[in-house]
Design a protein around this ligand. Sequence first.
Ligand code: NDP
Length: 250
Amino acid sequence: MRQRKAEAETGPRRVLITGATRGIGRAMALRIAREGYEVVITGRKPSPQADEVLKALEDMGAKAHALYFDVTDRAAAQTALTEFTAEQGPFWGVILNAGINRDGPLAGMSEEDWDLVLETDLGGFYNVLKPLILPMARRRSGRIIVMSSVSGITGTRGQTNYSAAKAGLIGAAKALSAELASRGITVNVIAPGVIDTDMVTAEDRERILPYVPMRRLGKPEEVAGLAAFLLSDEAGYITRAVIPVSGGIF
Ligand code: NDP
């Protein structure tokens, strides 16, 4: 397999994908495993959905693990990730994908909905990456992919919390790319438009479709394809990029 030669040079290409129990994270886990990477999926708790993803990965013959922690829980993230890397070695790639939305106009938005979206979508950046950065940097080769959103670029009505968190992720990823470039680690941002997953309600679909030039929702696999490319050796000189997968929505 293509990854074998690379592994001989830098150790196993193990990739952590947060929020990979369903949706875009699941599609990325399957796609990336197919490319020969070792995959570690995460979710908040063990669930039938997480088991299904693990089984699908194992059926493909992939080396796969699951870790369970809430990305808003700094101590839990630190413990799970530090214990895992102490046993298995550092990650080569990290895809920060776990995320939620709690939409509504700011005038009616609860404190809880504001805080939870910021703590999950932006707070997860610190809580997950902080325990992993030094071991990755020592390896002098790696990839970090951050899942933002078109909302983080344009700001979307009814999504002040989500747009703020996703814009914050773009700033954080750009800053981190500058910190890690000399270590051979690229940091890039994927900004999906509207992708057909549990996150998008039937009303969202009706409302948003007229604004999508391609007049359809994206498929999780169409985001996974870009993630696989950003992990590849061919993408080794791409860093600090923000790449939409959006059917042209703006
Ligand atoms: P889904 O709702 O389908 O899946 C979300 C995933 O995140 C699940 O695996 C869930 O795990 C995990 N997750 C949620 N909260 C937490 C938490 N606190 N701790 C740990 N894991 C958590 O979402 P999508 O696949 O649609 O979205 C994936 C990413 O892409 C998100 O960051 C989202 O903001 C972004 N995105 C999605 C778009 C879309 O249209 N779908 C558009 C733009 C960006 P579990 O519930 O099993 O614990």
